[in-house]
Ligand binder design. Structure first.
Ligand SMILES: Nc1nc2c(ncn2[C@@H]2O[C@H](COP(=O)(O)OP(=O)(O)OP(=O)(O)O)[C@@H](O)[C@H]2O)c(=O)[nH]1
Length: 369
């Protein structure tokens, strides 16, 4: 076909990689932390700050072990909220005793539009289970999406809580809450010395090499540090690529079993090989420690390169779920893949592939390509 001379040349359009969640979905931030750490104080602080958002706060008993699945089935019914409080700045506060996403969705239908949902889990909850539920639900076209997981830590008693030994070799909830977090708030800094605070920070870092750490008194935070983190969608792509460069593998500290392992691999990966590796890790659980205990992943993140893609691809995982999404970031040479795994017995990843490697950054092209 000939182009009319007066016709403009078609403009180049960027590839539509659709970063971030679909338009119109409402972010949910999960707020977790051990008993008495300062979660409620944080929620109250957020609610009374000026933020021009209509925030709904949901206090509930998500993630109470086996109650979770059961509740998913029974939460179809109507009246799910118990107390309801409308604050002057437009915030809404309610207590949902029922578990499950349906409860929240019903709530939204009833009370109209919120701009934001904060969900406080109980102190003993495993937020990873709650997070995976939201993540799956967002994929299924829900009105809400998971924005991030914030863990509040007690500066004074946090270490003690982390050191508590659980029966049957179970990993302590306080450690899990840190492992899964995008942001940790070390609260009650007024009650500790500089040295004590440093020890808490070092311990948090020893569990989660990726997490952002801030310190507070009375949970007073800059709201931009807590809300709209986009920790699970590819809007975070550029930030994540930068952040991953700085992540260091961690060494066991107080909680001996959870730590962070990093891989750095130059060049393109094979998508099939990477999928196979992650599925072996998350689903088949073939990577075991010397006692035959499989590595259990709590969180994983990465920026990876596939030969047929000019854009960086983001890897995200929580528990047994993972996702690979193309970001808007174009690769520059050299392409360096970076993967970070946080989990129980994460060091077994090294033992499998490199029995003599210590926890230093490890180059392993053979595994993924
Ligand atoms: N000294 C001091 N006390 C604080 C600080 N932040 C919160 N507190 C107090 O610590 C206690 C527990 O705070 P909450 O916000 O209720 O803690 P929580 O995590 O919601 O507790 P649970 O709901 O029991 O899990 C309250 O008495 C707060 O007033 C702080 O920075 N310094």
């Amino acid at each position: 076909m000939m182009l009319d001379e007066d016709d403009d040349c078609p403009e180049l359009v960027p590839i539509d990689t659709q970063p971030g969640p679909p338009v119109g979905q409402i972010p949910v931030t999960i707020i977790t932390g051990y008993l008495g750490a300062g979660k409620t104080t944080l929620l109250n602080y957020i609610l009374t700050e000026q933020h021009n958002k209509r925030i709904a706060v949901i206090l509930n008993e998500f993630g109470e072990g086996s109650a979770l699945e059961k509740s998913l089935a029974v939460s179809q019914a109507g009246e799910l909220y118990e107390e309801w409080l409308e604050l002057r700045n437009g915030c809404l506060c309610c207590s949902v005793k029922d578990n499950g996403l349906k409860a929240i969705e019903n709530l939204m239908e009833k009370k109209g539009k919120f701009d934001y949902i904060l969900l406080e889990t109980t102190g003993l909850a495993d937020p990873g289970a709650v997070a995976s539920m939201f993540w799956v639900d967002a994929e299924l076209g829900s009105d809400i999406y998971l924005d991030g997981i914030v863990t509040v830590i007690d500066a004074k008693y946090g270490l003690q809580q982390l050191a508590e030994e659980k029966a049957d070799g179970l990993v302590n909830e306080a450690a899990r809450q840190i492992a899964v977090a995008d942001l940790t708030i070390i609260n009650k800094t007024d009650l500790v010395t500089e040295e004590e605070l440093k020890e808490v920070k070092d311990t948090v870092r020893s569990i989660n090499g990726l997490v952002k750490i801030i310190e507070t008194q009375r949970s007073r935070v800059d709201l931009s540090e807590v809300l709209d983190l986009h920790s699970f969608d590819s809007k975070d792509g550029a930030n994540l690529a930068e952040k991953l460069q700085l992540v260091k593998p961690t060494r066991a500290h107080l909680d001996k079993s959870i730590l962070t392992v990093t891989f750095e691999i130059a060049g393109d990966l094979s998508e099939d090989a990477l999928n196979a590796f992650i599925q072996d890790l998350l689903w088949e659980k073939i990577f075991c420690n010397k006692d035959g205990q499989p590595m259990s992943v709590i969180r994983l993140k990465g920026i990876v390169s596939f030969a047929d893609k000019g854009h960086q691809v983001m890897l995200q995982g929580v528990h047994e779920l993972y996702e690979l999404n193309e970001t808007q970031q174009l690769w520059e040479n050299p392409r360096i893949n970076r993967l970070v795994f946080i989990g129980e017995d994460a060091h077994t990843l090294f033992c499998v592939y490199a029995p003599h490697t210590t926890l230093e950054q490890y180059h392993t092209p053979a595994v993924f390509s």
